[in-house]
Design a protein around this ligand. Structure first.
Ligand SMILES: *Cc1c(COP(=O)(O)O)cnc(C)c1O
Length: 234
């Protein structure tokens, strides 16, 4: 199996090529290393190879690894977040990618206020309407954005996130990335203290190049960096 360092080298080249094809600058795309099921040592190895931002999908894993991972790494909550667990990570994560309900936003707002911070979040859109996935549909996203802006003064909405359907051919999901980019651009034009769209979080190991071509500013890559996950070990 190839090393984290080798994998990151390959990914870096692919990100650069996708940026070139799309006429974008490399600095416009942040690579988030998705470290779920990985040990703190593995996370530190990736950090030593240049990863600055890590993504986790479980509150418990952030809590377990937080103190064991090198100091200035930024943590991203990318998975479904239960309302009763917001309090454990509110002061640990730089960005919550997975806001899909007003109840969750209100809890984030409340906890952010307690800590005297403004929580930065993305609205999770289930662009393909898959039943197995969290996230709101496109119309639901508009309604949710409006409601969060009205009610949650300790939240700043920074953009959108989506998880595309699993597929063998990334061309199949280009359409969903395009749709999300359209919505993103619409809201990007509106800026105030409650909302400032900068991040379009889309693309994973199987489809990050297509996502970059379609405008992703954050790609969340796990398997392509660390190899296949073994959930049984953890
Ligand atoms: C696991 C996960 C990823 C990374 O998936 P890979 O296919 O391993 O790159 C990205 N985003 C979310 C929300 C995830 O849960």
């Amino acid at each position: 199996m190839s090393s984290i360092k080798e994998n990151l080298g390959i990914i870096e080249n692919k990100i650069q090529s996708a940026c070139d094809r799309a006429g974008r600058k490399r600095e416009e795309v942040l690579l988030i290393g998705v470290t779920k099921t990985r040990t703190a040592d593995e996370v530190n190895e990736a950090v030593a190879c240049g990863i600055t931002d890590v993504g986790e999908n479980k509150v418990q894993e952030i809590q377990d690894k937080y103190d064991k991972v090198a100091g200035n790494v930024k943590w991203h909550m990318i998975g479904h977040l239960q309302t009763n667990k917001v309090k454990y990570i509110i002061d640990k994560v730089a960005l919550i990618h997975s806001v899909d309900k007003i109840k969750l936003a209100e809890e984030i707002d409340k906890r952010a206020k307690e800590h005297g911070i403004i929580a930065e979040v993305l609205i999770e859109v289930n662009a393909a309407g898959e039943e197995s996935k969290f996230g709101t549909d496109l119309d639901g996203a508009r309604a949710l954005i409006a409601e969060v802006r009205e009610k949650c003064k300790n939240i700043r909405i920074k953009g959108l996130m989506t998880i595309a359907p699993a597929t063998d051919d990334p061309e199949d999901v280009r359409i969903y990335f395009k749709e999300l980019k359209q919505l993103f651009d619409e809201y990007k034009a509106i800026k105030d203290e409650n909302m400032s769209f900068e991040h379009l979080s889309m693309g994973m190991s199987g489809d990050y190049e297509v996502a970059i071509e379609e405008g992703a500013t954050m790609v969340r890559v796990g398997t392509a960096i660390f190899g296949p996950r073994n959930y049984n070990l953890h």
